[in-house]
Every structure is written in structure tokens, then in C-alpha cells.
Write a new protein. Sequence first.
Lengths: 468, 468
Amino acid sequence: MQEVKRSKIKDLLHFEPGREVLAKGWVRTKRGNKEVAFIALSDGSTIKNIQIVCDKSASGMEEILSKISTGACIGVRGELVESPGSGQAVEIKASEIEIYGTCDPVRYPLQKKDTSFEYLRTVAHMRPRTNTFGAVLRLRSQMAYAIHEYFHNKGFVYLNTPLITASDCEGAGQMFQVTTLDLGNVPRNKKGEPDYSKDFFGKQTSLTVSGQLEGELGATALGEIYTFGPTFRAENSNTPRHLAEFWMIEPEMAFYDITDNMDLAEDFIKHLVRYALENCRDDIQFLNDRYDPELISRLEGVVGTDFVRLEYTEGIRILEEAAKNGVQFEYPVYWGVDLQSEHERYLVEQHFRKPVILTGYPKEIKAFYMKQDPDGKTVRAMDILFPKIGEIIGGSERESDLGKLEARITELGMSRKNLEWYIDTRRFGSCPHSGFGLGFERLLLFITGMQNIRDVIPFPRTPKNAEY
Amino acid sequence: MQEVKRSKIKDLLHFEPGREVLAKGWVRTKRGNKEVAFIALSDGSTIKNIQIVCDKSASGMEEILSKISTGACIGVRGELVESPGSGQAVEIKASEIEIYGTCDPVRYPLQKKDTSFEYLRTVAHMRPRTNTFGAVLRLRSQMAYAIHEYFHNKGFVYLNTPLITASDCEGAGQMFQVTTLDLGNVPRNKKGEPDYSKDFFGKQTSLTVSGQLEGELGATALGEIYTFGPTFRAENSNTPRHLAEFWMIEPEMAFYDITDNMDLAEDFIKHLVRYALENCRDDIQFLNDRYDPELISRLEGVVGTDFVRLEYTEGIRILEEAAKNGVQFEYPVYWGVDLQSEHERYLVEQHFRKPVILTGYPKEIKAFYMKQDPDGKTVRAMDILFPKIGEIIGGSERESDLGKLEARITELGMSRKNLEWYIDTRRFGSCPHSGFGLGFERLLLFITGMQNIRDVIPFPRTPKNAEY
């Protein structure tokens, strides 16, 4: 079969009929009658299959067909012809079929009988072969590319911040420890504690929970940077919204104030949604038709609207007013409270019916590095709240004043020792700067309409689960 | 200073003179005489500085200038004028200067007096502010983008394989363990061993040493995939070529045989080098002029030549011949030996004087998953050997025959239990496929001409070192 070059199905479907073609892929279905067999072939390049028509009277065809079942891997040579059936423009009239790998229909894990997402998570090594996970993984890849392209075109430097870190060992309960010590025989120091001087890095190390602080080092040297890499949380949360290992995008920009930061974040997220609508239409249409009939309209809604920009204080006023008027919230609303998902969703889905950027949060509920407002009460934080998802982006202008940053670190009783390198950015040529973080899987939940975060990453890591 | 929009220096340098401009950045040097001061300003957008000319007789100028020293962060408004000096076409005649952050010249870690790479590694949080590391980090970013763009344009799916894994716990001495157990009080099971059922994932887990096996799951479903992410080795190697945390690119392609694999790898690496020469010329020129006068010619050499494709057996013959003719090798050469760096460099730098793709290695020195040749002795491995770097890419066609793969696993005494998911790819619809791996930092050593791998990653992790 070497004389014809193999074509991907994505391309084949747009060729003019009449050509000799070679397709390779996996059998999705085989059906037919006494004279003809129809094979739906997929090669992962598109959500669509190509239909293969096999004339059973051809020499050897019946024998070959007898070995082909769902999941088998084959190569098919034949003529691309107009399809008389509906649903496809062209199909392949097979002249030769080669079997690369058969597939035992009894043992094959992807059976018609159970296609629930719960079941497919138990065979996550095979689920990329299904239509749904093929679509999700292609979308994931396209979104990753759109992110790199967006920042590259703006001149941002892609900065790889470290995964293994010794700098953020506070709140270690939430972090994964990284070690080469023998857990069956941990060496001890004189105090009887684990002797980390014998560990690989000579000290206690963990997996990063954020690349932001290192990102600030990059921004205050290179101007505009972004990170895009894995991030870890050892939270024992078995929910549809939590992963122990997930991917984050964290841009950080010198000379951006909070307004520049909001402008960038809004433009960025709209760009990504628009990119998906324009470049991944087949996969999104499939997910829309199969699972979530409002998916496309929700995506279009985000692209076509100006996000509301709302002060936290005003947000609280709206929520208090709503409560007064009979809206039932499970959690109380008052100035100073950290908003719950129900509050965010009320603002976004009921009150404004569009995405909201909430700013000016009380400093007590936000991180130490955020720029303090002159009132001494609020900080220049910004959270972008989305329909269905809630918070999709969190960011802030950073405190660039050395004295204020140091005072806040002391006030919160944080250990300065591990932060001296970070404080150096304010000590030497400090500059106003801002940044934000986007959880990649949160974005993908929004783009795909999937309900469970375990279904938008190839190999989810959650409590008690690290298969493959 | 709000009426003029800030421009990046990369752009400013190409503007027509006569415009009012606003530049923001960090002071590289300040010099001058009684009448005028000259400030070289950098903002990280380019290796080049913009020269700021300050008339000391202007109101308040002397006072402002007295606070400005190397490392300070400032904003400068003024007219862009033709520069009378050599070395730059334009400069800014300052009308207004704002200081964002001063920089104590006594305490600033980036002093003229010690700029050795060894010293700069001890202040890695500041070194991105130097010319050299600015250039290296911009090149790193550009190369990452070129990689994503290359595969995206070919329709490859970017697949995020897991970082935390339970599947590859053999050879655990080389792996970092990931745990939430309290090392001061490790729970024990009845046998007295660490009780991993109490660990976060309910079993022993480590950081991945390669995404390839999971990549094969993607390729045998989606067709063509690539990974690009962090990878870990707990080797206690303090050398200029080893990192405990580094980034790998691993493409994996269904329906590619070893020749397709070589074709792709050669095209890929040439594309990256060409991209660097065409898109990052200023930074490469700087590194060429400052450190390595053969850098550009070495890069051009790779782009303009067909790589040699050589069987291992023939390579051994050439090396034996050379030894017979008086070439001194430290390590012996005979069929079956794993080539040492000196052997690879002889072939590439002395014998052929161009990159070499070595194939058909003895199966004993290669991994279990490589496709066995009919002779029973060799496998379809391929290593690409580069001048100065040695092996830059390693790959193979994969064994797609279930029986042969299982026999090899048994022969090597490997535990099948953790590999059943991988074997499933051969059990159900097995397909011919190939792939390779490129160490990102190895590529960057070649592209930048830097000598030490710790100098091509922002925050290197090596034995006893996990700062920042």
C-alpha cells in the first residue's frame, strides 16, 4: 500500500471525489448486509468518521472483514467517491484493507453497554478513543495553543517557574512533599526530627502551588511574562471542581496597574473563547448537540459583551438588597465576607446576566502581596466571575512599596526568611506591576461544557487516584 | 505622564525621530559630564538599550538624577531624536523623569565587579536583569513557541501527561517520591513497611521521568500527539549537563515507522534552529559576539546540511578503524557497547563533520518498548548526535506486536502489574507507531552556546539546590 500517501480523515473529507486515497485509523462501527459492509473509521484528527464501503464479493474481502470489529486498527486503500448516504459528502470504496491490530470484542473496555463518564474514568487510558474525549482533548490542545499564541504575539516571555520548591513551606498541609529519603528509615537530626540535610536538596521541598512569586522576578526584569505549567494542591477534596495536579496560566506584567490588568484579562479570555468558536467548531458543536444545548450560546454571550466592573462594596450592597427582597442564600452576606459560589452566581447569572470583574476586596480575605488601597481596608484584587463556573480568573496589582509589603508580611506573622529573594524585587528598582492566574481546567470546563474537572484532563490525579 | 502611551524599547528603536515618547524600564548605566547625563535604559523587550539624554540645567533634573543609579526603575518622557553617537539610531531627549524604585548601589546584587556565571547562579532571582540571561530567557521563550507552533501546524495534539505517577516505581532510586505522609511519624503496615494506603493517593507515587508511555496512549487514539512539560530525575549528578528538574518534548505518532520518525525529527530540529536564526537574531548575535564566535556558524551548519543516517554496526566499524589508526579513546569500542560521549563526538565532529542519526542499536542497551528487528539482535532505535552536545534526540519505532512486547517485558524481569494499561494499546487495535524525546535544555545549550545547563533554565534544581 505504499504507492498512495496516507491522508488524515480531517483532510480526506474535503478532497474532491475520484481520487485514490489511503486512510488509516480505528474502527468505530461495522455494519452491513449480504453484499456490502460499512465501516466507520476514525483517526483522531477530527470528530468525524470516514465511511468505508466494502464489496463483499471482492476476493478475500469476506475473510478480512471477519477479523474486523470495533476498535480494530486498519489501513484502507480505495477510491474516494461521492456518498449517496446523508451525513457525509464522500466515502471510500475499499479496494484493499490491511489489518494492523485486531480487537477482541469481548474484552475491549470501550463497549457500547457502559459509556458513562464514571465508567470511562476507570479506563482513562482508553477513553481518548471515544468521540467525547477525542473532542475534549483536541479542544484542550487548541486552547493551549491559543494561549501561547496570544502572549507570544504581545511580546510576553514564556517563563518556566520551578515545580519543586523550598520557598513556600508554610501551610505545608496543602502541599505535596518531594523527597528521596527512605520512608522506611527516615534519618533523624539531634532533635529527633527528619534530617532534611540528607535529602536530595538538603532541605524540605514541596511541589509548587503557584508560580506567581517567581513570575514577578521575571516581570521585573523582562517586562511581561507568563507561566503555563502544572501546579499542585494536596487538598483532600473529592469534588467535581478539584484536582491534585492541574495546569495554570499566570501572566505578570511590569508597569500594569489594576485597570491595565483588567483590560488584559478581559481581552485574553474573550480571545480564547472566540478562538474556540472559530477554530474548533466541529468539536464544540458535537458537545453542544450531545450534552449541553446552551454551550454555544453561552460561549457567544461571553465574546459579545462588556464585562461588568464592580467594586466588592457595591457587590455586597446588591447581595444584601437581594437578601432583603427574599433571595435565599445559604451563607450570610456582609461587608468583609469572602463570597461563596452562590453569591458569585447570583451576581453573574441573576443580577447582571454577564461576566463580572469584582475589585477592591477587603485585604483580610486576600493575599499579602496585593497592593493596598489608600483607605487601608481594601486591596487592588480582581476576580473574574463567569456563568456556571464562578471564579475563572483571580489577580491583582501587586504591592510595590517595600515598607508596606514588609509591614503586611510581619502583620500576618509570615516567615520572612523564605521570602527575602521576593522582597528584593521591591528593594532594588521596584516597579508597579500586576498579574493574574487562570486555571486551565476551569477554562476548559467553560469551553467544553463538561461538568466534572476529571473529564477535561487526560489523567486526573485526585485523592486515592494516580493511575497510569 | 498619562497623555503619551508607553512604548516598549524594542518598538521605540524603530520609530521615526520627532515623536513624543514614554519609555519605562531599568537603568543599566548612568554617565555624563557637567552639562548632560546619559542613561542606558533596558525594559527586557530586547537586548538593546535606549539612550536617555538629560539636560542637567533643566528644572529639578539634577535632583532626580542624584537618586538614579544602576538598577533603578524609571519612566522617561521626551522627544525621540536622531542620535549623534554611534551604536544607536535614536535616543530620547528627556523632558520628564519619574522614579518608580531606587536601587541602593552598595547592596544591589548585580555589581560590575563579579559577573561570572558561578556568582550569578547564587543570585538567580536577579540574573534575568542581566544582558546575558535576558537573551537566554527570551531565546528559551521563542524556542518554546516555535515548538508549539511547529506541532500545531502539523495537526498534532498537545497532550498533558501526568507529573505525579504510580506507574513507574521501578528504579525508584532515580525518582523523587511524592507524599503527604508525615516524615517525622511515618505510618506502618503490619509488615513494618511505610503504609502507603494512608498516603494521599493510597499508594507510593513519584514524579515522572518521561511522558512517553502515556503519550503512546494518546497517539493510539488521536493519531499524532506531543508532550512538552517538566520531567524529573533524582540522580545525584553535579555536572554541567544534569538537572533534577528539566523540560522535555516528546512527540508520538501513529502509523510512523522508523524512517518517518527520522524524517520528522530532522525536519523538526532544523526548523527550530532556523526559527532561532530568523526570529532571535539580536540575542544570538549578542551571545556569539560575547562568548562563542562560532555559535552562528554552528547553527547555520545544522540548517544547511543533510544529517548522516548511520547504522550502529557501521558506526562501530568506523570507530574501530579510527582506534586502529591511532585515535585514542578512553573507553573501549566493540559491537554491543553503549557509545560514550567521546565516541559520539568523534563521529560527528571528526569523521562526518555534521549531525548523525544513529540507528539499529543492540537491543540490550535500549528500552523494552523498542521495535525488534527481524535479526533478533537490534532494535529500531534512533539517536540524533550533534556537535558539542552529543545526543540531542533519542527515539524509536515502538514494538507494536503484543507477543514480542510481552516476551521482552518477561525477559527483562519487569513487573507487568504496573504496565497492563500500557500493554492494552497492543491488545486492542494495535498500530505501528514511533516517537522521540528532545530535552529542552539540551536544545537550548546548542542554540545559545551556553556551557552549563544551569544557565539555560530560570531556576535550576540540582543536588542540594532548590532556592526560590
